[in-house]
Design a protein around this ligand. Structure first.
Ligand SMILES: [Fe+2]
Length: 199
């Protein structure tokens, strides 16, 4: 993505994100960029609300940049992974609020952006009724775009780097996540990519 080609209002947000990403997990800035690219490159029938979705794409995982190894040791117990997910969403919402107010972003859009960031990974919290939390179209669209980015060769590589060893195990996870898509068109793209990855 050429950030310089984006409207200045988005560039300002990205400029605030970059120093945070530098101290966060490797790959988070790349993932954010890829989801922005998915939005910019979309040529389908759905109407995308860029003023909400682009800032969400940039900042949705920014909460990870605030959870350092010395913090992570406090997230313990059998629910560790789930709790880590929850923390990154809540901390991310707070950081996004600070960034949006620093760049004087539209107030109405800001409220929605922060709301989406605070719950975007709800499908990974092991809730039986997680779909109920995706109450708006933007929440559903963003969920699918964020998920879609998992079905790329690059992402696959990064899954191996965080501890997955067996490709069969990774494909099983990706297969399972196919059921989580809200929109058939995104599920179809993911399914095709998965078939490609398996080759
Ligand atoms: Fe996330």
């Amino acid at each position: 993505m050429k950030i310089k080609e984006l409207p200045v209002k988005y560039q300002k947000i990205w400029a605030q994100c970059l120093p945070l990403f530098k101290r966060g997990r490797p790959g988070d800035a790349q993932h954010a960029k890829e989801v922005v690219e998915l939005i910019l490159g979309y040529r389908g029938k759905l109407k995308f609300d860029g003023d909400v979705l682009i800032p969400v794409a940039m900042m949705h995982d920014i909460g990870h940049t605030a959870i350092l190894p010395e913090h992570f040791k406090y997230i313990t117990g059998p629910e560790k992974v789930k709790n880590g997910k929850l923390v990154h969403m809540l901390v991310g919402a707070k950081i996004a609020r600070d960034i949006l107010s620093a760049v004087k972003y539209n107030k109405h859009a800001s409220r929605e952006i922060i709301d989406i960031i605070s719950m975007h990974d709800a499908d990974q919290l092991d809730l039986s009724d997680w779909r109920r939390l995706y109450t708006t179209r933007n929440k559903k669209i963003f969920h699918d775009l964020d998920s879609l980015d998992r079905y790329s060769a690059k992402r696959l590589k990064s899954m191996f780097s965080i501890g997955f060893k067996d490709p069969g195990q990774v494909f099983k996870v990706l297969e399972k996540f196919l059921d989580n898509f809200f929109f058939q068109e995104f599920k179809d793209i993911a399914q095709k990519s998965l078939a490609q990855l398996k080759k």
